[in-house]
Design a protein around this ligand. Structure first.
Ligand SMILES: Cc1cc2nc3c(=O)[nH]c(=O)nc-3n(C[C@H](O)[C@H](O)[C@H](O)COP(=O)(O)OP(=O)(O)OC[C@H]3O[C@@H](n4cnc5c(N)ncnc54)[C@H](O)[C@@H]3O)c2cc1C
Length: 448
């Protein structure tokens, strides 16, 4: 049996379904997929991160007497050639977004595929309600998983020790430039390995629930990018924290299961990738100018602009800020969540289709278990509450270092200082909130 181990978003050797389930003669591969890469900007930061991670994976496989064959091609071409070379089957980790599903169907027509749930803890096909339908609300979903979430350990995969590397030429490593990309500077924490990040976070996890919303504090795990590309598995994250009796990690573990929940929702409701989960027909605003100002961080609302500029510069955004900018786009500017979702998909280093779609639908009150439509974050109240001294905002607008913090938390507050050049807010917060609520009532056919 000659097996291809197709690494995609599971770039690790620990807790690896592929290495555990392979039987003997194996060819581990990674494909820089031309179909995906051709759609990305040449300064996409994720490609630099993946590139470094692939080189790291190759070294780790070599330490196990295996190796990684790297391709720069369309998957179809790679597998047609591998079939000619006499391979019998492909092992890979399953992904549920539409591109991944279509790609895998195409490959399956060439070689049989064995799929494993390796990027998530749960098999979304299990864990149905008593009536055999999927959960749509997080809390009962989470409660139903008590046996798992309260356990101290979830069994991890161990690599099969009898694997033999298939002899072939493993030397091809395209450069980023050959693939049309420029090497990007990445945030410092991404040069750390995931266990280092978890160790650092362990010192803060007791305060996580209390501090996680204050976006000027470094209070969260910063593990999402490593999770996204599988440098660590969610099971390993779970087991790491559960291994310490002395720390209270329950709230953090719950967050890890939001990631599971959104993957579960996307699996059971694949249409939610493109349609409002709750089927509401909403007459979104078509104002392209508003949307572009949001993207560029030029709305005249300091917290929104600081968050978007930070995203554009680094590929990062704090969870609270994601909620605030998403509410602002979909409620105050009344722009379709899909436009915001697509923009995040281009920019976020940790972009995960299921979490991003689920969270955007949550923010825009169109999704599973989403925020009620009348819940519209006031961005000024949010910055007053979670960044009172404007520490984060000033870290982006360095020119405003000496401005009184309270001016950032008042609509058009900066304009009261004659020496400040800053655009006037593009929307009136109170009026736009009322408009959003009215439009939702109309969509829901509710009484005024
Ligand atoms: C509009 C919007 C879009 C988002 N898009 C993404 C995305 O594309 N990819 C992504 O990984 N997360 C997304 N999130 C969720 C969340 O913002 C990030 O997971 C979190 O900010 C990552 O930082 P962290 O690893 O320090 O998180 P921590 O607070 O330390 O949480 C630990 C882990 O739990 C998971 N998690 C936490 N909160 C959520 C959540 N609300 N939904 C799903 N998983 C969660 C993540 O895997 C995260 O790494 C989005 C949230 C919003 C509101």
């Amino acid at each position: 049996m000659r097996q291809v181990l197709w690494f995609r978003r599971d770039l690790r050797v620990e807790d690896s379904a592929l290495l555990a389930n392979a039987s003997e003669d194996v060819l581990p591969i990674f494909i820089f997929d031309k179909n995906i890469l051709s759609k990305l900007e040449k300064d996409d930061k994720r490609v630099t991160f993946i590139y470094k991670s692939i080189l790291g994976l190759k070294k780790k496989l070599q330490a196990l007497n295996l190796d990684l064959a790297i391709f720069y091609d369309e998957p179809k071409n790679v597998f047609e050639n591998l079939k000619k070379d006499g391979f019998d089957e492909v092992l890979c980790s399953v992904d549920f977004d539409s591109y991944a599903k279509n790609r895998d169907e195409e490959i399956e027509a060439i070689l049989p595929i064995k799929r494993f749930i390796d990027s998530f803890i749960l098999n979304p096909n299990s864990h149905l309600k008593k009536d055999n339908t999927p959960y749509k609300v997080f809390t009962p979903f989470y409660k139903s998983l008590n046996m798992i979430t309260q356990s101290h350990n979830i069994e991890e995969y161990s690599a099969n020790k009898n694997l033999q590397k298939i002899q072939t030429d493993y030397s091809f490593i395209p450069t980023l430039e050959q693939m049309g990309f420029e090497t990007q500077e990445l945030p410092d924490f991404l040069s750390k390995n995931p266990i280092e990040l978890l160790k650092e976070f362990k010192a803060k996890v007791n305060k996580y629930q209390e501090e996680r919303d204050f976006f000027y504090i470094d209070a969260s795990s910063k593990i999402s990018v490593h999770l996204r590309f599988g440098l660590i598995s969610p099971k390993q994250v779970f087991n790491y924290f559960k291994s310490f009796n002395s720390i209270d990690c329950e709230f953090f573990i719950r967050e890890i299961f939001w990631r599971e929940f959104y993957n579960y929702i996307l699996f059971h409701f694949p249409n939610s990738e493109k349609q409002n989960f709750n089927n509401l027909e909403i007459k979104w605003s078509q104002n392209e100018d508003d949307f572009l100002k949001w993207c560029e961080g030029k709305t005249g609302v300091p917290i929104i602009d600081a968050a978007m500029i930070h995203l554009n510069n680094t590929g990062l955004m704090h969870n609270r800020l994601r909620m605030v900018v998403a509410s602002f786009l979909t409620k105050n500017l009344f722009v379709d969540w899909k436009k915001g979702e697509e923009y995040f998909a281009k920019k976020l280093l940790d972009y995960e289709a299921s979490s991003n779609i689920g969270s955007w639908q949550w923010s825009s009150s169109t999704g599973a278990d989403s925020a009620p439509y009348f819940r519209v974050f006031n961005p000024y109240t949010q910055s007053q509450k979670f960044d009172k001294e404007a520490i984060f905002i000033k870290s982006i607008f360095k020119e405003f270092e000496n401005i009184e913090p309270k001016l950032f938390h008042i609509e058009n507050g900066l304009q009261s200082n004659l020496f400040v050049e800053y655009p006037k807010a593009i929307v009136d917060i109170k009026l736009s909130r009322q408009r959003a609520i009215q439009m939702f009532k109309e969509a829901k056919n509710e009484q005024f």
